[in-house]
Design a binder for this molecule. Sequence first.
Ligand code: PMP
Length: 324
Amino acid sequence: MKTDIRNGFIDTIGNTPLIRIRSLSEETGCEILGKAEFLNPGGSVKDRAALYIIQDAEKKGLLKKGGTVVEGTAGNTGIGLTHICNAKGYKTIIVIPETQSKEKIEMLRTLGAEVILVPAVPYSDPGNYVRVSERIAKETPNSLWANQFDNLANRQAHFETTGPEIWNQTQGKIDVWTTSIGTGGTYAGTALYFKSKDPKIRCVVADPYGSGVYSFVKSGTISIEGSSITEGIGQGRITNNMEGMPADDAIRIHDKVALQILQKVLKEDGLFMGGSVGINLSAAFQIAKELGRGHTIVTVLCDTGTKYQSKIYNPEFLQSKGLL
Ligand code: PMP
């Protein structure tokens, strides 16, 4: 008899449902579909990249028994890595900017990671979380620097799993792919797969303010305007994972618009989503309205709102940011 038992945490990563967002689909006459990455066992899209990075390092002999994985992360990659490392007998040291939600920081500690909080400073500053994680990895014996921004195992995860899953779930009927960029792994890996199957699929970057990707796609140079309270997305440089990514267009979304759509899908669809999903769904909604009825737009539901209850779902926090 064929069973449907998954072998532990690792075997449970991926093969997530594709959810039709009813409210936005009905309003636009399009199919607006969200890849339910929040249903990964570590709770986010980053489980896929974390697994590929670990497996790639094991294959290359870079990670040995009893080793330590070191990473700089906005939280979700650290959470995915720590679950996987627990399951495989490795330790984790996670460097995270102190501006990230306390929910993610506390979760990392609960899972058993050694958590190092650093001030939020730009990549050019040696105190930046990514740069600190690289330094700690160099100083830690038997360790691996996961290096999610420039390690191409990250986008390979999406080229080999996220892209093909969506292709099969939609039977190739996709007009537009849009999602936001942190490392670029999700956007670029999936976009490269879709273009290899059908070059007519339009790939559009969804970008928050405070990020340089929008200007890069529009004009070829990075310039940064404004800021955003979203976490895990926005980028000020071209990472290795973004190198050569197909981008037919980019859309920039204001936090206020993203927050409104998060409330809408919570109240009308019962979906309780994280901040980056607000950017993604706003972009998908805008594209649907521009294209008109009958199109299929696919985006990513990266994680849930539970990680941000103290922030984007907290009226006092929103008031303090002038976003209520
Ligand atoms: N949304 C959230 C909540 C994230 O944590 C991340 C990863 N930093 C992203 C979106 C972006 O994913 P990627 O790193 O693949 O670009």
